[in-house]
Write a protein that binds this ligand. Structure first.
Ligand SMILES: [Zn+2]
Length: 177
């Protein structure tokens, strides 16, 4: 799909089949994960797949401009952003920068929710990863121009988790039955 002819055919327009909001982690490139090529996915990547106004705007743009009706929020196992947030909550160490603080505070509610008595670190991180995805799905579906489209069913926003170990993507949240 990286041929010159494929490139040329896409110069004038794009028609992505899905919008993917995923983590920036180098091991989670959406096109490779879903075996897609040039022009197939509109991908928004940010550490911890958090939601912030610029990211909502990116999704809104793709929905409006290309008529893409599916949004996948994809977290992943062994996410460094989730682990860093847990470490920050428990150790209370200083964060390297204000910008990183901005990301971690957005992940924090999911990690707090996942911290249950009796759970070990791995179990907390696993639960936090899914809670973080759920929070982003919920926030997107309550944002700006996406609210009415999601309510009408013209836009489907689902949550998924990619396993680094197996390559499988588990769609676990808001998947239409
Ligand atoms: Zn990550």
């Amino acid at each position: 799909m990286l041929s010159q002819s494929a490139r040329s055919a896409l110069v004038a327009a794009q028609s992505p089949i899905a919008i993917v909001l995923s983590c920036s982690d180098a091991r989670v490139p959406a096109e490779l994960v879903f075996d897609q090529g040039l022009g197939d996915l509109f991908v928004v990547r940010v550490a911890g797949n958090v939601i912030a106004p610029t990211l909502v705007g990116s999704v809104e743009y793709a929905v409006a401009a290309f008529g893409t009706a599916l949004v996948v929020v994809m977290g992943h196992t062994h996410c460094g952003a989730i682990a860093a947030t847990l470490d920050w909550i428990t150790a209370r160490g200083p964060l390297p920068s204000e910008a990183i603080h901005e990301i971690v505070t957005r992940i924090r509610p999911a990690v707090e929710q996942a911290r249950r008595p009796g759970l070990d670190r791995a179990a907390i991180l696993a639960a936090a990863t899914r809670a973080d995805v759920r929070a982003s799905v919920r926030e997107l579906s309550q944002s700006g121009s996406l609210v009415e489209m999601a309510a009408r069913g013209d836009l489907v926003i689902v949550g998924a988790e990619y396993s680094l170990a197996t390559g499988a993507v588990d769609f676990f949240d808001q998947v239409p039955t």
